[in-house]
Design a protein around this ligand. Sequence first.
Ligand code: GUN
Length: 279
Amino acid sequence: MATIIRGKEVAEQVLSQVKADVAALLARGVTPCLAVILVGDDPASRIYVGKKKEKCAELGMRSLEFTLPAETQEEELLALIAKLNADESVHGILCQLPLPKHLDEQTIVRAVAPKKDVDGFTCRISADARRDLMPCTPAGVMEMLAYANVSIAGKHCVVVGRSNIVGKPMAALLLQADGTVTICHSKTRDLANITRQADILVAAVGKPHFITADMVKEGAVVIDVGVNRGADRKVIGDVDFEAVEKKASMITPVPGGVGLMTIAMLMKNTVRAAAQQNP
Ligand code: GUN
């Protein structure tokens, strides 16, 4: 049976450090502030934005919310981002995705000043970019691996999924940590043959229970980034947890795994941004 790496424990550890960092900034007269932009009225996005604001308040940080109508034009949104970029009391800016179809996500995301990009979407992930804010979900996975004392150097890390938010930056972070990295996706041939070679397998496909036990090597570390809705509307991961747990050496559950890390890392990025902007 695999050891379960619980997101709650790791997130609590990260957040207790964030709390200490917030206290140190407050003592210097700096209140870390996160600006959240929500365009349109996607119900899931509204819930996520609410959770981010709640977490800021809980940690003694300030948050600002800008809710714009779904028909907002690109120029208006870019003008708001430019205003927040120039506002010294705002340390982090986050534009909740997905955006309405008529807005180009890349254009919007790139408009956020890199020093305030607490989502880490503009992060270059290179050895000379230590000041960059890391993308939250992949950085959360790295935090979980560190917490569980999983060494990455020389290991075969297989990432299933190539999204801009998770798959690609995840692969880059594992490579940065000296892993040997393979990225698989929907067009990959003989997928199971590749996933079975993984010492560390990261599932970020967005398909419920896509990774089955026959796709996993005995003793592998399995990280499930999936957030899917099952037939009963319950949240389920990309990994068939019950079966894979019997083969893996370590595994993250869904819910209660990587999902809890994303918001913790967002808070960590926001205090880090505030500290970097107030040396
Ligand atoms: N939508 C889904 N995940 C994310 C995220 O990490 N950041 C933002 N801004 N939007 C999202």
